[in-house]
Design a protein around this ligand. Sequence first.
Ligand code: FES
Length: 313
Amino acid sequence: MPLRIARALRAAEGIRSFELVDPGGGELPAFTPGAHIKLRTPAGLLRKYSLCNHPQERNRYVIAVKRDATGRGGSISMVDEAKDGDLIEVLPPENAFRLSRGARSSLFIAGGIGITPILSMIRSLQDTHAINWKLLYLSRHANQTAFLQELGELDQGGQVVVHHDEGDPSQILDLWPSLEKPKSDQHVYCCGPRPLMEAVRDMTGHWAAGRVHFESFVDGGVPRREDTEFSVHLARSGHRLTVPVGRSILEVVREAGCQVAASCESGTCGTCRTALLSGQADHRDMVLMPEEVDTQIMLCVSRAHGAELTLDL
Ligand code: FES
């Protein structure tokens, strides 16, 4: 659907927020806390951005985009070129980072621009005072930290902890005191750079399954210099397919007509979990437990260490 940029504002250094509305003034498809949209940037690339406004608002979507100078140009074109009045092609909201409504307590851990889905979650929790929440918001410098004023207004008594490490590794906030002792009714939600999510995953191995949730913005995972082409053997159909550098197993098997369910497409939700029958996988997801890595694989992000993987497809 084409949406109009009603307002583009500077949210912090290198970050712009965009308010998107229906050009005819109509209502937009509803969304739930933690949801994202995909939109076509001025550079022509389809990119995923979390919605950060209150889900009850039906007449606008608000996103924030960080200019990534090392990316492939999608965020640069949004920050540098998108302006008030422009029409942008937007796909309806999806959600692979849902709030658990059964939880009595929520711990949010946001790194940098990872605050966006969490801001929407916190806004929605303001309506239900039965749920305790706390936010640990980590960023490098204060001037690169978006939504500080909004979070100040949502904070009702020390729930928001903002920590700037000024780029000094010795100043990184120690998350262990917050994660060491799982609370029986608490869920953890983490969104941010990969190293932050991996640190949280490593510190929450002793939490009950389903209590720790991650969101990543990079569909198909981050390409790595060491990536190589490999093949997948689909045991049920007998097909053998090549997975080139820059494409995911999920994309390749779907293109070959294989129906595989997927949601986040960034290795965080577990929807594309598939049985791995042979071969050594290069796991890049945030879902699998150590005891599962030899027999399961997330097709949206993971690759192969060897020449071939055999999948139960
Ligand atoms: Fe979410 Fe693959 S689709 S982990």
